[in-house]
Ligand binder design. Sequence first.
Ligand code: XLS
Ligand code: MG
Length: 344
Amino acid sequence: MSNEYKFSVGPWNVHEGADPFGPPCRDSIDNITKFKAFKAIGFDGIQFHDDDVVPEIETKSFTEISTQAKALKKILDDQGLEAEFVAPRLWEDPKGIDGALTANDPAIRQWGIERTKRAVDIGQIMGCNMLVLWLAREGTYIREAKNPINSYQLLVDALNEVLQSNSEVRIVIEPKPNEPVDLAYLPTIGHALAMAHQTCDPTRVGGLIESAHALLAGLDPAEEMGFALQMNKLWGVHLNDQNGLKYDQDKTFGSVNLRSAFNQVRVLELGQYAQSGRYVGFDVKAMRTQPAAHAMRHLENSRDIFLQLVQKVRTFDQALEARCIKERDYEMLELAVMQHLLGN
Ligand code: XLS
Ligand code: MG
């Protein structure tokens, strides 16, 4: 059991800079070039969507899909990398416009389940049993569009079908309260883990917490992580930062709120997350203004800030902390944290 952390990142974290108001502003970089760069800056795990592994997956047969997945697995092996998880990108296909697993049309729901099972198959070929479900469009723009009781039942049914289809798979729910939809189902880790307990095998369903998603729900990411850690259900993290209640910004970890970042690292240390062998994932994006030559700095910087904060947590004066807590002198404790972060 090592207390060293290992890090993961997804190919979508290096992107061309398009946003809802403007086109791409940087050239595309092929995945193999990205993987080499990730490895060089200290990342050993790669997060995948199914169509990151197999582009245009909807047009391909299972034989083509497995051939491409095997080829990519070989590339990862050669570079000393591994796949952390595979997630079905149900939200980009036109069929999933109103959600997939909770769509009102049963044929779409069936498509969503089949595609999710296919993502499990891809994961198996890639050597990972983690299936991440970010339920992007499972929710509504207006409440009257769906029956929430029904929708939550449909989600339980879908999770059960996936669990029953493969005895190895571990489903990892990544909650987010909104965006793209106005209101998403399973907005917090509490919702996700409550649902996990309703499935046919709760031991195989856990959660992944993204800092910005917790912030968008008005919650404290570190405390959300603590909730999941208490249940042994924190199976992944997507560390990043977020400046207020805006669009999902995926900013460099710690770049908005250093104290909150410190507390996220602190809770991971308290919960012995490094010893669990799970990856510290980042879900960060370069700013659109960033020239191509520096469009990977957000990854390097996030990892660097994380590691510096690990040292901050490990060197915080424990005796002083214990004394402040005993005397209930939380002003002193707060000042000590601030001074430590300021380097004094
Ligand atoms: C989007 C999500 C997504 C997941 C993987 O907001 O964070 O990137 O991490 O599907
Ligand atoms: Mg994420």
